[in-house]
Design a protein around this ligand. Structure first.
Ligand code: SF4
Length: 118
């Protein structure tokens, strides 16, 4: 079985093809033009991560919503849970860009931080 990923590390956007065994383990990796593609695709296949970006309610500010993001990627399978959790959050203005809204968000080790002043 094989699976193709597009490497997004640089604008070359290489198509990287993985050959997989019956346990979904990688047996070969081709199509990457540089070693960074191997690192990226191996991680994407085994433990994909995403930076969560969304908004939360803001109270007393000029805008009703505050854009927030995790300060590092979190496991991809936790993004939906993260979106649900942030839907319950609100924050009181003023807030500065980079302020930590939630430490160790959902136990991921990433902080949820403000993406702008409000
Ligand atoms: S494999 Fe290397 S050259 Fe290709 S997109 Fe990824 S980083 Fe860029």
């Amino acid at each position: 079985m094989h699976k193709t990923y597009v490497c997004t590390v640089c604008p070359m956007s290489c198509n990287v093809v993985l050959e997989l065994d019956e346990n979904n383990e990688i047996t070969s990796l081709t199509g990457n033009r540089c070693p960074r593609g191997k690192t990226y695709v191996t991680k994407e296949h085994t433990a994909p991560e995403r930076t969560l970006t969304t908004t939360i309610r803001a109270i007393g500010g000029k805008l009703p919503l505050l854009p927030v993001r995790t300060d590092k990627p979190i496991p991809k399978e936790m993004v939906l849970e993260g979106m649900k959790a942030t839907a319950e959050l609100s924050v009181k203005a003023p807030v500065k860009m980079g302020d930590v809204i939630v430490e160790n968000f959902l136990g991921t080790g990433a902080n949820l931080v403000a993406s702008r002043d409000i």
